[in-house]
Design a protein around this ligand. Structure first.
Ligand code: UGY
Ligand code: MN
Length: 251
């Protein structure tokens, strides 16, 4: 943390189509559903996003109780610490580092913290489609999800935490790049991203500029923002990102 008398340089960028938020400058606030928990809203409609994403710093015995509204689905990913989740009529499940859950809009849930830790939470209005059933709650851990080379590059591995099936309108993926590896092109697409940088550092291309990024940064990428990435090292770079998928354009 910078001493108060030092110069105020910042990598923070908030633009109409993207945002880079290094968390060092982001003070926590409180949410009614998470009593006493330090919460940072990383993305929301106020930024331009069509979803909400949060970083929650949770202490043992803190947590939340949620009543299903049939509309909002919620994704959790444990960065560290230990949590217990009960969703719908399912059994109590443990979430520790790398553990994740996508809770169906149809399920009540209770989440409590057993050992202090950080949780990423993402909320989105589920987009129903006639003839496709809403998915059930899904719980897993990244260590059980296969990592596939991206477009043939063994140094760029992609894990899909949520199956790519029509009932799911959300992808939550982990990308890991060995030092020196990169996304193979500047991609531009209708889907948006909420990206949390888990490990390492590198250069992110957003719109028309290269920017330095590192672990704990958050990036929002709106629809059609040109984007790419180089991992610089010395350790591999790893990020978890949200993407809206498997739905047509609403007109
Ligand atoms: O899935 C994606 O769109 C991914 N290749 N984007 C990204 O990493 N910025
Ligand atoms: Mn992308």
């Amino acid at each position: 943390m910078r001493a108060p008398h030092q110069l105020l340089h910042s990598r923070t960028r908030v633009k109409p189509r993207y945002a880079l938020l290094p968390l060092e400058g982001y003070p926590p606030s409180k949410l009614p559903a998470w009593p006493s928990v330090d919460a940072r809203v990383l993305a929301s409609p106020a930024l331009g996003a069509e979803f909400a994403e949060y970083l929650l710093q949770v202490k043992a015995k803190q947590g939340t109780t949620h009543t299903a509204d049939g509309r909002i689905e919620t994704f959790f990913y444990a960065l560290d610490g230990e949590f217990e989740l009960t969703a719908g009529r399912g059994a109590k499940q443990k979430l520790s580092a790398g553990g994740f859950a996508l809770v169906s809009p149809a399920d009540n849930y209770q989440l409590s913290c057993v050992a202090d830790g950080r949780l990423l939470m993402l909320r989105k209005a589920y987009e129903p489609v006639d003839g496709i059933d809403m998915p059930h709650t899904l719980v897993g851990n990244e260590r059980d999800v296969p990592a596939e080379p991206f477009m043939g590059d063994e140094g760029a591995k992609l894990q899909l935490l949520i199956p790519d099936r029509p009932e799911f309108d959300i992808a939550m993926n982990i990308f890991e790049f060995a030092p020196g590896h990169n996304l193979p092109y500047v991609e531009t697409h209708v889907m948006e991203h909420g990206l949390y940088f888990l490990q390492g550092k590198g250069l992110y291309y957003l719109d028309d500029e290269w920017m330095e990024v590192e672990a704990t940064d958050f990036i929002w990428m709106g629809p059609f923002v040109p984007q790419s990435f180089y991992a610089t090292g010395p350790v591999s770079s790893k990020y978890l990102y949200y993407k809206n998928v498997n739905r047509d354009v609403a007109l």
